[in-house]
Design a protein around this ligand. Structure first.
Ligand SMILES: [Zn+2]
Ligand SMILES: [Zn+2]
Length: 321
């Protein structure tokens, strides 16, 4: 190869590269916990939410398994002008208390007296909106209802779900990417500052319940395309239902999960999911290494109810003796 060819080659390589150096790529770093306290929780000692600081402006809260088997994650992200709450949690939790306490501490640390709160939802399922009533009349709060029309109006979508909108929390730009399929109102949120992509119940280590297969397939393909050329530090969903053993999940309704899969996934998972879906012409259950495509039909719903009841009863003896 001549020198000029070499030069051309390196220019091409640079323009393709997402980050020229392995130096953190200018993303705001953060730390994920090794484990979440879901192995054998001591319910009398545990708060309703386990709060984890990913970094000083990005918080992950996980609902305790002592309150609800769904034990979803919710997120609180701070910009200079606004804070954003992603979901209000599942049943039996005082989400408002946990979020208010966190915001209060953040204000103290940052020498401030107030910050407006924006409440949005990954989607409208009951295990993500159960705390809504606690926030609807919260002072200094914009509450975006979990339905397509409200989301479109708030973010200014004209061409849902093909369009991507941005939203700025103040020195913190986020991309809003519609991904219907799990539900009609599902969307992903990409935080430019940390490179974290929040994917709700659409991509996470567990059962990806699909209600509209055609939409889901298109959404995953669009999400994969969206990540092309982006710096993605972590793909963070809203649940963990997978064990650390490849292709092995916990039964539906399990409260205790002693050896859970880590929450964080990466772009590779989205690409793998996109590839698997590209081979499918219609809904079918397909287990991948870290998650399962899980179409929701009446038979699955029946099974879910039965299994859920059985594993809840088994666990209850351990958690609440
Ligand atoms: Zn859901
Ligand atoms: Zn859920």
């Amino acid at each position: 190869m001549t020198w000029s060819w070499l030069a051309l080659f390196s220019i091409a390589a640079i323009s393709w590269a997402q980050a020229p150096q392995p130096d953190g790529a200018g993303l705001e770093p953060g730390v994920l916990p090794d484990r979440w306290p879901t192995a054998s929780p001591r319910c009398m000692e545990m708060e309703e939410y386990y709060v984890h600081e990913y970094n000083p402006n990005f918080y992950m809260l996980r609902q305790s398994p002592c309150t609800d088997y769904e034990k979803p994650f919710i997120y609180v992200i701070f910009g200079t002008e606004k804070a954003l709450l992603w979901d209000t949690g599942s049943r039996n939790a005082r989400t408002r208390e946990a979020v208010d306490r966190l915001i209060e501490r953040w204000l103290k640390v940052n020498n401030r007296t107030s910050i407006p709160l924006i409440v949005v939802h990954s989607h409208h399922h009951s295990d993500h909106v159960a705390g809504d009533a606690q926030f609807e009349n919260r002072p200094d709060t914009t509450f975006v209802k979990p339905d397509v029309e409200s989301i479109k109006a708030f973010f200014g979508f004209h061409n849902w779900p093909e369009e991507i909108r941005t939203y700025d929390l103040g020195n913190r730009v986020m991309d809003i990417v519609p991904i219907p399929g799990h539900t009609d109102d599902s969307f992903a949120l990409y935080d430019h500052r940390t490179g974290v992509l929040l994917t709700g119940d659409t991509v996470y280590p567990g059962r990806l319940y699909v209600t509209d297969f055609a939409d889901f397939k298109k959404s995953i393909h669009r999400l994969a395309a969206f990540t092309d050329g982006k710096l993605v530090a972590h793909v963070l969903g809203n649940h963990i239902e997978q064990t650390r053993t490849p292709y092995l999940e916990y039964p539906i309704g399990k409260l205790l999960q002693p050896d859970e899969h880590e929450l964080a996934m990466d772009v590779g998972t989205i690409l793998e999911l996109d590839r698997a879906l590209s081979h499918m012409n219609g809904p079918a259950r397909v287990a991948l290494r870290d998650l399962t495509i899980y179409p929701l039909d009446p038979e699955v719903l029946k099974q879910m109810r039965a299994t859920q009841h059985k594993s809840k009863e088994a666990d209850r003896k351990i958690v609440y003796p």
